[in-house]
Write a protein that binds this ligand. Structure first.
Ligand code: MRU
Length: 362
């Protein structure tokens, strides 16, 4: 299958849900049909579907799947919510989508829940896709006003994958890049590998599919490139943003924010409101997912014959820690690119409390 064929990371298919299996990417384009709650939960926990907005959408669809194969009474609803909530702890989009599903479904009689679950899951998917477009439009404004060095196109650095694979739309961090491309701007993207799960390779895959120029770098090259003036802006996504603007995102984000600040390069977080958690006061209260040591001790790839292989990297008996996210303090964030415009950390509290006065355009 060609990499250039349009793809959808998740779509409903009758009484099932078809996902693009991101564990097989960027080497193989493999679709997988999910038909049960257990399959949906497994797909989220093992990162066949991943990215904060997409796991919210996937969880909503997982709840709909629970009612296809089983009862829809209060006990079944409670069980399905508990199973899905336990899949991944950091991205608040998952809890947000499930809370919305529960609010919609619980007041209904059991016989009405099945159809309503599909409807609400579809609404969440459509709204999150529209949100990506709005983030792209607001981010485009920032990119248009960014000063560019003579002799090269605008250069944006990103981390992890916050694009079409991570959302039901054009992404969060990548949405402004797709918008800039559609507007005919010359730009290229610096993509860091994002060890240990290498989501940067997913970003390279989807940017190649969209024919957007990009350069893959080792995670540790980011500081040098920023210090040398080779980057005009950094844009990353988010998994959860606390009320004070502290931001949980893929591990390695914090180091990029520090290096960007030291180099005087703007550092933006692009995220929908579903990634903001007004109930968490600061980053220290955000749960950080600790994943299996195996992800650090080994690496997946293709051998010279194109066959998928897992290689052991570490010496026998090596121990590994694997925090999947880190916290970037709000003070390092130049602005939050949201569907409502560009917000600053200083105005965030008021904005989340529903006051438009908190909205500040940079
Ligand atoms: O562990 P992942 O791959 O689900 O983590 C994804 C990220 O950290 C993304 O940057 C974030 O979810 C934003 S996705 C639009």
């Amino acid at each position: 299958m060609s990499v250039h064929r349009p793809f959808s990371p998740l779509r409903r298919d009758g009484d099932g849900v078809v996902i693009l299996d991101q564990r097989a990417l960027p080497w193989r384009r493999l679709e997988r049909r999910l038909t049960t709650l257990a399959e949906a939960a497994e797909a989220i926990a093992t990162m066949r579907v991943r990215g904060a907005p997409l796991i919210g959408v996937a969880a909503a669809h997982g709840l709909a799947l629970a009612f296809v194969t089983g009862a829809a009474d209060d006990a079944a609803l409670g069980h399905a919510l508990a199973v899905l909530r336990a899949t991944r702890p950091t991205a608040v989009n998952l809890a947000w989508a499930l809370a919305r599903m529960e609010a919609r479904l619980r007041p209904l009689p059991a016989r009405a829940r099945r159809a309503a679950a599909w409807r609400e899951a579809a609404a969440i998917l459509a709204e999150e896709a529209a949100t990506c477009e709005a983030i792209g439009a607001h981010g485009l404004g920032l990119l248009r006003s960014a000063p560019v060095r003579a002799g090269r196109p605008l250069r944006v650095m990103t981390h992890c994958n916050a694009g079409r694979l991570a959302t039901p739309g054009t992404g969060t961090a990548l949405a402004p890049i797709y918008a800039a491309r559609a507007a005919g701007m010359a730009l290229e993207v610096l993509v860091s590998e994002t060890r240990p799960r290498n989501q940067g390779l997913l970003t390279a895959w989807e940017l190649a599919a969209a024919d957007i120029g990009h350069i893959l770098i080792a995670d540790n090259a980011a500081g040098l490139l920023l210090a040398r003036g080779e980057v005009d802006a950094v844009i990353v996504g988010a998994d959860r943003i606390a009320a004070n603007g502290d931001t949980a995102n893929k591990v390695g984000t914090y180091l990029k924010a520090l290096a960007a600040r030291a180099a005087g390069v703007p550092f933006y977080v692009a995220a929908p409101m579903s990634s903001f958690d007004a109930g968490v006061a600061h980053g220290g209260a955000i749960p950080i997912e600790e994943r299996a040591a195996e992800e650090v001790l080994a690496i997946d790839g293709l051998d010279d014959d194109g066959a998928p292989r897992r290689l052991r990297l570490a010496p026998d008996g090596a121990r590994a820690a694997n925090p999947a996210f880190d916290i970037t303090p709000a003070a390092l964030v130049s602005g939050f690119i949201t569907e409502h415009g560009i917000l600053t950390a200083a105005g965030l509290g008021d904005f989340l409390a529903g006051k438009e006065s908190g909205k500040a355009v940079i």
